[in-house]
Design a protein around this ligand. Structure first.
Ligand code: ZN
Length: 82
């Protein structure tokens, strides 16, 4: 167990051993929340598809996240007004 103090910018450094074990690298994004006990929770951020909400194979199309499945449907013309 590691004890860390919050710095003047409101941050702290995750222990190197923890970063290595969890494969956390510079630039990785996390969703930060807290629960009813005041415990802070970090969850890896994964971009979600703006069409279906899925997070599998998400790539960006004109700056918007779209999953591979929806991208395939779009390229086939499915989903167009009938
Ligand atoms: Zn999708």
């Amino acid at each position: 167990m590691a004890f860390k103090k919050v710095n003047k910018n409101g941050g702290f450094t995750l222990p190197l051993e923890m970063r290595r074990s969890l494969n956390i690298n510079p630039g990785d994004s996390f969703e930060v929340t807290y629960n009813s006990h005041g415990n802070i929770l970090l969850k890896r951020y994964a971009a979600r598809c703006i069409l279906c909400g899925g997070d599998s194979g998400v790539d960006y199309f004109k700056g918007k996240p779209v999953c591979a499945s929806c991208a395939a449907e779009l390229s086939k013309g499915k989903g167009a007004a009938e």
